[in-house]
Design a protein around this ligand. Sequence first.
Ligand code: M6R
Length: 353
Amino acid sequence: MLKEIHEQPEVIKATQKNYLQEFFNDFESKFKNLILNKKIIFVGCGTAYHACLVGEYYFNKYTNIDTSSELASELRYKKINKDEKILFIFISQSGETMDTLMALKYIKKNKHSSIVITNSLQSSMVREADVTIPTYADKEVGVASTKAFTCQILSLANLSIEIGKMTNSISKKDYNKNLAILKLLPIKLKKLIINFTPEAKKIAKKLSQSDTCYFIGRNIVYPIALEGSLKLKEISYMHSEGFPGGEMKHGPIALIDKKSLTICLSPNNELYEKSISNAEEIAARNGKVIILSSVKIQIKSLNTHNVSLPKENFIDTPFIYTIPLQLISYYFALNEGTDIDQPRNLAKSVTVE
Ligand code: M6R
């Protein structure tokens, strides 16, 4: 897993290079008919589902298309409106996950169109879908998905700005600006991995004094909070939950006590103040808090600790907040002595219902 975490700058570079020079060239002729006048539903399981949720935020920002996400195992048993034109975008590292594959077959039966974003070009989903968007994460061996996830969100970032440009919902200037940010991402992430590793080891030690770990985030880092929590559960077996920050007051804040640690994802955006006030509410109830933010914060409470992350833009935010959480989970699991690459009860590809 550590190797695959460290490979992310390289595979992101390879994926982006391919998209720019080949795959997304001639975007209109490849995608126009498939996309226009349709609602989009993203579908996946586990980490791939978290990528779906990130996709929703990207599409909401850069396009005017209505999108939503479905867990594949739920979609399979729902009624789908046959009259509405829907494009389903399936996300799967393996392209073989049974729930996702069956959901793809199900929507095909209902005559809807499909794209699959996958890391496995020889897979069953590729054979079923109308169009495939490859990720170039190379083979992912660790059960806990890391580099496949960041390549999936890179794919969605590109798709959303390409559609935005095609439909004039973003300007040419913004499109170019975002592409330039994505091009610089590998260098930024390489530095982040190096700089954050000592912090991840310190946070891993703090975690061992807690019974449970919560992850909170708003907007595009809400799915990252879910993903951070999934990573921690999967490889360390520690109890963990991810919440949207705004939901804490509607119930989950009752869980907070001095044996809990909350990792609060607070990028420098319009929700920053609200996110910090969530952190303060948790600290006021004796919960330990770690704030990950690109803003240097003046901390008032003793049980709150701030760790600086690089300055982010909207489009690179999910990458910058994902990698630190992967490293924290990895070093905590290492201290716990679990089998990180082959955690108990889990398989790399879930080919049963
Ligand atoms: O191969 P897929 O992307 O379809 O797999 C989906 C999930 O089973 C997978 O992401 C799982 O949640 C990972 N173990 C998460 O780290």
